[in-house]
Design a protein around this ligand. Structure first.
Ligand SMILES: [Zn+2]
Length: 360
């Protein structure tokens, strides 16, 4: 039975889907359709990264096992019983996606190969023949080992925009569309390699600007577009909130300090110019509103565990601009004009830039 894997990488939901061991021949019937849909496995981009990192820790035992399949593909008549036991033990305890995948592939190639070679060599057992068939199976097994080695040594894990050696990669991949019963889904197909998937996953991550970060609390790696300091786990987010409540300083405290200093400077300009009480009151009212606007943004960022980014800079810049414009206006205005504006302002007849900003 020829089996292959279906996969798709979804940048919208930041997740990947797999349908493992799809059967080539019966894809057209309704039973197979529902079986494929039902056997779909989903990983978030982050989970996929974790699976990849975990695979490195599982590799040694897989390496030992794969060496044995290569050795035994040309030995014995039937499938080796010691190897079968090893496979069963490994298969039972393995829960890593990649390790499971390669284990199954090794076993599939070995058992199918042994069966076919047995037919060809017939009663000639334990004979080291050098047939083309043997070579083909051995090279398939070696291919799996070479692929696992790639996952171990390459920068799949941390650098999705590699700057090392230049290469052009061409993979032969097909696709399968599952269409009907309210479903319309397209998957790519891959038979013996997960590399096409890994290239696409890596491409997708770099194309949406995601990078690998390390959580400052649990030290787990995670993917993000923003400049965050902690992962999205409940535990880490609540630890971060606790730290903030405890009064631990973070980047936001410094930014806010800088902002408040800037606004105090503007106010100083008005007091130095001996502007009327009305002007100072108008300024103070706007100052409070703008500060609340900045504080709300900071609160939002802290709650979601995000670090200051371009959008946050926009908040600070627009608050500063609004305060500066108001200052210039009040600076140029005569005392009587300021009084008039003050009355209108109290009546709620006019809005300043700061009001517009806050209302936005
Ligand atoms: Zn964390």
């Amino acid at each position: 039975m020829k089996t292959f894997t279906l996969y798709r990488v979804n940048s919208h939901t930041k997740s990947v889907n797999f349908i493992l061991n799809a059967d080539d021949e019966s894809l057209n019937n309704a039973e197979m359709f529902s079986r494929l849909i039902a056997s779909m496995i989903t990983f978030s981009f982050d989970d996929m990264l974790i699976q990849l990192e975990q695979f490195r820790t599982r590799y040694e035992r897989l390496k030992t096992f794969s060496a044995k399949t290569i050795e035994y593909i040309t030995k014995g008549k039937d499938v080796n019983s010691v190897l079968t036991n090893e496979y069963l033990v490994l298969s039972e305890k393995e829960d890593n996606f990649f390790a499971k995948y390669y284990l199954e592939k090794l076993w599939e190639i070995y058992t199918v190969g042994r069966k076919n070679l047995n037919k060809i060599t017939g009663f000639v057992t334990n004979a080291m023949t050098n047939s083309g068939e043997e070579k083909a199976y051995r090279s398939q097994l070696n291919g799996i080992v070479a692929e696992m080695e790639q996952l171990i040594i390459t920068d799949w894990f941390y650098n999705h925009i590699p700057d090392t050696s230049q290469k052009i990669i061409q993979e032969d991949i097909g696709y399968v569309v599952l269409r009907g019963n309210g479903i319309n889904e397209m998957y790519r197909t891959t038979e013996l390699s997960l590399l096409p998937f890994l290239y696409e996953y890596s491409f997708c991550i770099s194309s949406i600007g995601m990078k690998v970060y390390e959580c400052c609390y649990c030290h787990k790696h995670y993917l993000s577009v923003g400049n965050n300091i902690c992962c999205g786990d409940e535990k880490c987010l609540s630890q971060k909130k606790k730290d903030i409540r405890k009064g631990k300083k973070d980047e936001f405290s410094d930014i806010k300090k800088g902002y408040c200093g800037y606004v105090r400077g503007l106010k100083h300009k008005l007091t130095e110019a001996k502007k009327s009480e009305y002007a100072i009151d108008l300024f103070t009212d706007a100052q409070n509103k703008a500060e609340k606007y900045v504080s709300n943004a900071i609160e939002e960022y802290r709650d979601s565990g995000k670090r200051p980014d371009a959008d946050f800079d926009d908040v600070i810049t627009s608050a500063k601009n609004a305060m500066r414009k108001l200052t210039n206006r009040l600076y140029k205005m005569s005392d009587s004009a300021t009084e008039e504006i003050y009355c209108k302002m109290v009546e709620g007849e006019i809005l300043f830039e700061v009001d517009m900003l806050v209302l936005k």
